[in-house]
Write a protein that binds this ligand. Structure first.
Ligand code: HEC
Ligand code: HEC
Length: 460
């Protein structure tokens, strides 16, 4: 941003995300943006480091490879933690009345046949995108499924058994070298295949699907996209309360994350670490040095830094009685597993699950359904049991009844730039996330514990 003349800089402050991208990226003479450029969010700034040396804005990731003017960056914006936020989607809508390429009926609208002929019609059609940044993923019930779709209750009268409507948040297209599972339901992860090959398949499908390409991207274009994605490391870098996240021994920000070790199964809690090393519940350790800051030159940040450190300790050690989580309790055959946040978010300093392990934490249960979401009723063929869910998740990939409602635990870095949270955007804020866990697992957190957890999560 420092390269822009000051007049343009003042425009920047007022303008929207698309414009921000346009001004910051479009106006510069070359087509690279510098590493570690600061993107503001409500609690500080987010930065991305690329091992390619800079963010290459002419990579195929930013190219229009389909027929509807969309690029990967349409839904994976550097300013939004490489996802999208409703706030910025709304600004894009207001800029030209909903003509921006993100507003395409194929998967931006509540139904591909929705009326998009006027500004008001578009506001209706794109309501899920505008309110929660949700894209309509469409998948069939698999032919070999061990369950039967009994009924569909779709507020948009659009979903069919051959094309269920699943409203999901774009996942960040950064920090991908830490992934064990690609997509919320892992449908782009093939057993035994490397992450690079998973991402190649994903890029192909995204071009044919989201960008409605008539022909598949070339091998060179796919390689360009995957090389670009794999080069990226993103994290919150500064916090309005705690200052620079790598100061005074803190290891926040993208530069520390660049050298973070990862392999499939690292720190696995169920004994599946290939090195045989035992699980360490203290999986996130960036702010250990902030636990005992004495009166320092940065005293104005000390209180906030202590809160971040307390939040990190809670994340690692707060006892959570895990009950009714398909993917855990049924796997170890225990009604209650006494765990921590890191039982599920075990990957060191990243917070996803280091092995593919889809879990049902109850987000899609009928009891949590909001009126804007479809509700599906399935019957398991073997047991006759009826299950209602807003999104069957993993079960549409495997056809297994046990997998209904299972999703992956996402990478937890860069959270502050990409509210709302969970695959369905049901938690508007990080406090809402904490409140979800507090209720779901009856944690009885006090207000200080809640605010410490949020203080920590917003520095990731
Ligand atoms: C219209 C919006 C949109 C466009 C355009 C788009 N994506 Fe996505 N992307 C999504 C959504 C939504 C998901 C999550 C879907 C799911 O899991 O079912 C996603 C998921 C991903 C993931 C998975 C990350 C993870 O943690 O598993 C990657 C990688 C990705 N997209 C890359 C790309 C690439 C590369 C392109 C361009 C070829 C692209 N996307 C274009 C919306 C979009
Ligand atoms: C039983 C396993 C489990 C436990 C325990 C758990 N999580 Fe999660 N977490 C998940 C799964 C699975 C998801 C993804 C769910 C979805 O979106 O469908 C998730 C998602 C999240 C997200 C949202 C990420 C995003 O990109 O939207 C945050 C933040 C989070 N968890 C924080 C926490 C905190 C803080 C704790 C401890 C208080 C915790 N989790 C405990 C399994 C767990």
């Amino acid at each position: 941003m420092s390269r822009l003349p000051s007049a343009r800089r003042s425009v920047l402050i007022a303008c929207t995300c698309t414009l921000l991208l346009f001004f910051t990226y479009g106006v510069t003479a070359d087509s690279h943006s510098p590493n570690l450029q600061a993107f503001p969010n409500s609690t500080g700034t987010l930065k991305t480091f690329s091992s390619q040396g800079s963010i290459n804005l002419s990579s195929a990731f930013f190219q229009n490879l389909g027929t509807n003017s969309r690029t990967c960056a349409t839904c994976h914006q550097p300013s939004d933690g490489w996802g999208i936020t409703p706030e910025h989607v709304q600004a894009r809508f207001d800029a030209d009345g909903g003509l921006d390429p993100i507003f395409r009926p194929v998967d931006g609208a509540v139904c591909p046949t929705a009326d998009v002929s006027t500004v008001d019609a578009r506001r209706q059609a794109y309501s899920m995108l505008l309110t929660k940044g949700l894209i309509r993923v469409s998948m069939p019930v698999p032919a070999n499924a061990a369950f039967t779709l009994e009924s569909i209750d779709d507020p948009y009268n659009c979903a069919t058994p051959g094309a269920l409507a699943l409203f999901r948040r774009p996942l960040p297209s950064t920090n991908l070298r830490f992934l064990s599972t690609v997509m919320w339901d892992g449908r782009e992860t093939a057993a035994g295949q490397s992450i690079v090959n998973d991402l190649a398949s994903q890029a192909n499908d995204a071009t044919l699907g989201h960008a409605q390409a008539a022909v598949a991207p070339t091998a060179a274009q796919i390689k360009d996209i995957v090389d670009f994605e794999m080069s990226l490391t993103t994290a919150q870098a500064t916090d309005n309360d705690a200052g620079n996240l790598d100061a005074e021994g803190g290891n926040g920000g993208p530069q520390s994350l660049v050298s973070q070790e990862f392999f499939l199964g690292i720190n696995d809690p169920l004994g599946l670490n290939p090195t045989g090393k035992a699980f360490d519940s203290s999986a996130l350790t960036m702010y250990q040095k902030w636990a005992n800051l004495s009166s320092s030159p940065n005293a104005k940040y000390s209180e906030a830094r202590a809160a971040v450190a307390r939040g990190e300790v809670l994340f690692n050690t707060l006892p959570i009685p895990i009950e009714g989580v398909a993917g855990i309790n049924d796997v170890v055959n225990q009604q209650t597993v006494l765990g921590t946040c890191t039982t599920c978010h075990d990957s060191p300093n990243v917070g996803d699950h280091s092995l593919s392990q889809p879990l049902n934490i109850g987000l899609t249960d009928a009891s949590r359904r909001t009126p804007d979401m479809p509700l599906y009723t399935f019957r398991c063929n073997l047991t006759g049991k009826t299950i209602q869910t807003t999104d069957p998740g993993r079960a549409l990939v495997t056809g297994r009844c046990e997998d209904i409602g299972k999703f992956k635990g996402a990478i937890l870095r860069g959270l502050a730039s990409r509210a709302p949270y969970f695959h369905n955007g049901s938690a508007a804020t990080l406090m809402d996330v904490v409140e979800f866990y507090n209720t779901r697992f009856n944690l009885q957190l006090n207000s200080q514990q809640k605010s410490d957890l949020v203080a920590f999560l917003k520095t990731l």
